[in-house]
Structures are given as structure tokens and as C-alpha cells.
Ligand binder design. Structure first.
Ligand code: NDP
Length: 449
């Protein structure tokens, strides 16, 4: 590492922190990338000359807007909507929408920034973006969610399009919300433009396996990491957080591969089911009834619900954080390591704090960062876009095989880059460098824009 590469990185970071004050999650995501691409900057002085890093950390466009709507009691409610279109060097902007009360500009920027490199790593032609609103769908009626979604899309639609910006779901945005958002777009534009949204129902342009893709993909990535040590998932126990889209299908795939997923959680607490989570019951509680996780334990013999505690206190061989950012800290990592965890794959975006990541690295625990491990969702979204453009429909088996092949490629690219840039087996460095080089080369080729 030369001091000039190091000082370039520090200068870019300091300037970006000053310019984006009060956005700690964005700073955290930015620093994780910047510190791991030092070797690339050292080997490619042309990137610094063209100010690639300075441009990468500044979104191409940031949209913030008012979302007024009327609740079931007739009261006017006002939320704030966001879309950060971060980088389109590799393709149309692509990234999910999050509806959660914690959403703010800094959270959306951290997610959009991560999305640039994740999307590049998939090898598909998609740029990076993220959006959402500080709206909480929990406890809202379908009619309220519909009115909110319609109001949200009444502003956002003008910034979207199959060649411009293609959103998908994220926390709080599942099949129901995507249906209402897509419906309003169609009404406003008079176009059934399937390729402008991914994660759609298979009834009207959605792709097989998109629902399962992020969770399945994270487990495929875990399997690839374990295979490097001649190990596997069969017979292993897994501790999983979350009980939404990503967690449910991560649990499902662990069990299909012979493992036993023994936990799930939501914002009210976690459950332990030593016999292995009953996926159909979990889906019934969380997807159909939109209930609390404790209802799973109420209905399943041998399962228990813990309201005040950390899911990471439960011993397991594998850990899959699949809920939200910074949900697994340094002390949780120490507990998992003490209990003999051998591999961690991030189903969520940035669920492990920097202290946790360092602890896993120092202990020799295999660690798959979200940028690589959860890239199966967006990769399958790109497959959905291909099917929409060619008016084809691929079946479940061939779509899952494509997802599996993409996750093997993502693993291979990340591992190869970790070796090339001097940190063999460090998938954080590998994923960041592999994704970064693809984006940087495209930015260089397209000139100063
Ligand atoms: P869902 O809304 O389907 O599920 C989120 C789950 O996480 C719920 O169990 C929720 O509990 C829990 N959760 C959310 N916020 C918190 C919080 N602050 N504290 C405790 N628990 C929380 O979202 P997804 O499964 O789609 O997303 C989960 C993660 O995966 C996110 O980080 C997302 O960015 C990432 N991701 C998702 C992709 C996708 O395809 N869906 C693709 C790539 C990454 P509760 O219901 O109580 O809020």
C-alpha cells in the first residue's frame, strides 16, 4: 500500500463525511468499501486521475418528496419519500424500495451505495439505486397501504422506466405493495411496462424464484464458502435472524440442503425451535397473517419465544443475519465465535457492525458480506427484466439453476479478487474490489459525467 493511495482514500472519505453530515450508515458503508479498494487504487492511477472515487460516493441524482395520504379514520398523513439514483454506468438504476419508520436519506444512501457494487458483482447490466419512505405498513389496513402506495408512485413514476430506473421490494415492500405501486404506474403512464419493476407476481410479468432468490442465494453462497474448506451444510445447525422474505427462504434452503435452522426473529423477539423451523408455519404466521413471531411458538410444540435477548446467544454452526443493518455487533460476534460458529453469510444489507466483521476475520470464521451473499435477489431481478424484454417465462427449476450458477460466479469473482488484491479468502475485500473495478472501468470509458 502506498501512502498516496491511502491518502487519496482518506481525502475522499473526509470530504464525503463533511458533505453528508449526520448520515452514519452511509459513512460506514462508504468506509468499508474505500478501505478495501486501496490495492486497486494503487495499481490503477488512472482511477484517481479521473476522480472515480470522488464521483462514486456522490449520487448521480437524489429525489426527496412529500407523500400525503388519508388513513382509515379520515385523517391526512404525511410521509417522506426517497429515491437515490446512485450510479448508472453499468445499466439502468436498480435497487429496492424500503417502507420502514427508520428510513431517512442516510439509510437510503448506504443501501444505494452498496447496491452499485453488488449489482456490478452479479455481472448483469444494472446500475445502483435505492428508495423508500418512512412509512410503517405494520398495523395498516390493505386500503391504507394502497392509498399510501398510490400517492408514493404518483410522484416517483416520472423518474422510473425499464431503461431508466427499475425498483423492487425490500423491508416492508412485498408482493402486496409491489402490486399497488405497479398498478398506479400503469394507470399514470397508460403502459403495462413489465420491465419497470421487479418482484412482480408471476401472474403479471414476475419471474419464478424471485421471491425465494435472496434467501436461497445467501445459502448457495454459504455452501460455496464452506466447500472451499471441504465442508458443507448437511448436518449443520443454523442461527437465522429475521422472519421476512430473506429469512424465510434462507431457512427453507438450509433445510433442503440437510441443515437445521433453529431460530427466527422479528422486532418483538426471537424463537428457538431445536427440531428445525417449520417453514410452512412460519409463512402462515408472517406472510399470511402478518402476525408476531411469538405466535409461531404458541402453535409449535417444543418451540420457545424469547422477548428480551439476542438471537445470537443461541449456539449454531452457521449464522445468517437476515433482518436489518447493524443487528449483529462485536459482542454478538464474540458469543457466536465462543459457541463455535464456522461461517456467517449476510442475507441482510450490512447486518454486521465493523467490530463484528473484524472479530469473524480474526477468528478465521468464513464471512460472506451482503454485497456478495445476498446478490441473488437482484441477480434474479435482472433475469426477470430479461424475461420481460423477450416476453419469455422460464420455469422454476431452470430459474433456480440460473440463480445457483450466478451465486457460484459471484463467489468465484469475489474469491479471485481477494487473491489478486492480496487478501486471499477475505470476501469483503474480494467483493468490493471485483465490483469496484467493473464500475470504475465503465465510468472511465464513458467520460466525465
Ligand atoms: P421483510 O420486510 O420481508 O422482513 C424484514 C424482517 O426483519 C422482519 O422479520 C422484520 O421484523 C425484521 N426487522 C426489520 N427491521 C428490524 C429492526 N429494526 N429490528 C428488528 N427486526 C427488524 O424484509 P426482507 O426480508 O426483504 O429484507 C431483510 C434484509 O435483507 C434487509 O436488510 C434488506 O435490505 C435485505 N435484502 C433484501 C432483499 C430482497 O430481495 N428482499 C435483497 C437483498 C437484501 P418486523 O416485522 O417486526 O419489522
Amino acid at each position: 500500500m502506498t501512502s498516496s493511495a491511502s491518502s487519496i482514500i482518506h481525502d475522499v472519505y473526509e470530504a464525503a463525511v463533511t458533505r453528508n453530515a449526520g448520515e452514519p450508515e452511509f459513512h460506514q458503508a462508504m468506509w468499508e468499501v474505500l478501505e478495501s479498494v486501496e490495492a486497486v487504487i494503487e495499481q490503477h492511477p488512472e482511477y484517481a486521475e479521473a476522480a472515480i472515487l470522488d464521483r462514486l460516493v456522490e449520487p448521480e441524482r437524489q429525489i426527496m418528496f412529500r407523500v400525503p395520504w388519508v388513513d382509515d379514520a379520515g385523517r391526512v398523513q404525511v410521509n417522506r419519500g426517497f429515491r437515490v439514483q446512485f450510479n448508472s454506468a453499468l445499466g439502468p438504476y436498480k435497487g429496492g424500495l424500503r417502507f420502514h419508520p427508520s428510513v431517512n436519506l442516510g439509510i437510503i444512501k448506504f443501501l444505494g451505495f452498496e447496491q452499485i457494487l453488488k449489482n456490478a458483482l452479479t455481472g448483469q447490466g444494472i446500475g445502483g439505486a435505492k428508495g423508500g419512505a418512512d412509512f410503517d405498513p405494520h398495523g395498516r389496513s390493505d386500503a391504507e397501504v394502497m392509498r399510501f402506495s398510490q400517492s408514493f408512485m404518483s410522484e416517483l413514476y416520472r423518474h422510473l422506466g425499464e431503461h431508466t430506473d427499475v425498483p423492487a421490494g425490500d423491508i416492508g415492500v412485498g408482493g402486496r405493495e409491489i402490486g399497488y405501486l405497479f398498478g398506479q404506474y400503469r394507470r399514470l403512464t397508460n403502459r403495462h411496462e413489465s420491465g419497470m419493476f421487479t418482484g412482480k407476481s408471476v401472474l403479471w410479468g414476475g419471474a419464478e424464484v424471485r421471491t425465494e432468490a435472496t434467501g436461497y442465494g445467501a445459502v448457495f453462497f454459504l455452501e460455496e464458502m464452506l466447500a472451499m474448506r471441504k465442508d458443507g451444510i448437511d448436518g449443520r445447525t443454523a442461527v437465522v435472524s429475521g422472519s421476512g422474505n430473506v429469512a424465510i427462504y434462507a431457512i427453507d434452503k438450509v433445510q433442503q440442503l440437510g441443515g437445521r435452522a433453529i431460530t427466527a426473529s422479528d422486532s418483538s423477539g426471537y424463537i428457538v425451535d431445536e427440531a428445525g423451523i417449520d417453514v410452512e408455519l412460519l409463512k402462515q404466521v408472517k406472510e399470511v397473517e402478518r402476525g408476531r413471531i411469538s405466535s409461531y411458538a404458541d402453535r409449535r410444540a417444543g418451540a420457545r419465544f424469547i422477548a428480551d435477548g439476542r438471537v445470537w446467544d443461541v449456539a449454531g454452526d452457521l449464522a445468517l443475519p437476515c433482518a436489518t443493518q447493524n443487528e449483529l455487533n462485536g459482542s454478538d460476534a464474540a458469543t457466536l465465535i465462543g459457541n463455535g460458529v464456522v461461517a456467517v453469510a449476510e442475507g441482510a444489507n450490512m447486518p454486521c457492525t465493523p467490530e463484528a466483521v473484524h472479530a469473524f476475520r480474526d477468528a478465521g470464521v468464513l464471512f460472506g458480506p451482503g454485497k456478495a451473499a445476498n446478490a441473488g435477489g437482484v441477480a434474479t431481478s435482472a433475469l426477470e427484466m430479461s424475461q420481460n424484454a423477450s416476453r419469455q417465462r422460464w420455469d422454476f427449476e431452470s430459474s433456480e439453476e440460473k440463480l445457483h450458477a450466478i451465486m457460484r460466479d459471484v463467489h468465484h469473482s469475489a474469491y479471485a479478487a481477494s487473491e489478486k488484491y492480496g487478501h486471499p479468502g477475505d470476501y469483503v475485500v474480494g467483493a468490493n474490489c471485483a465490483g469496484f473495478v467493473r464500475v470504475a472501468d465503465a465510468m472511465l470509458a464513458q467520460g466525465l459525467i
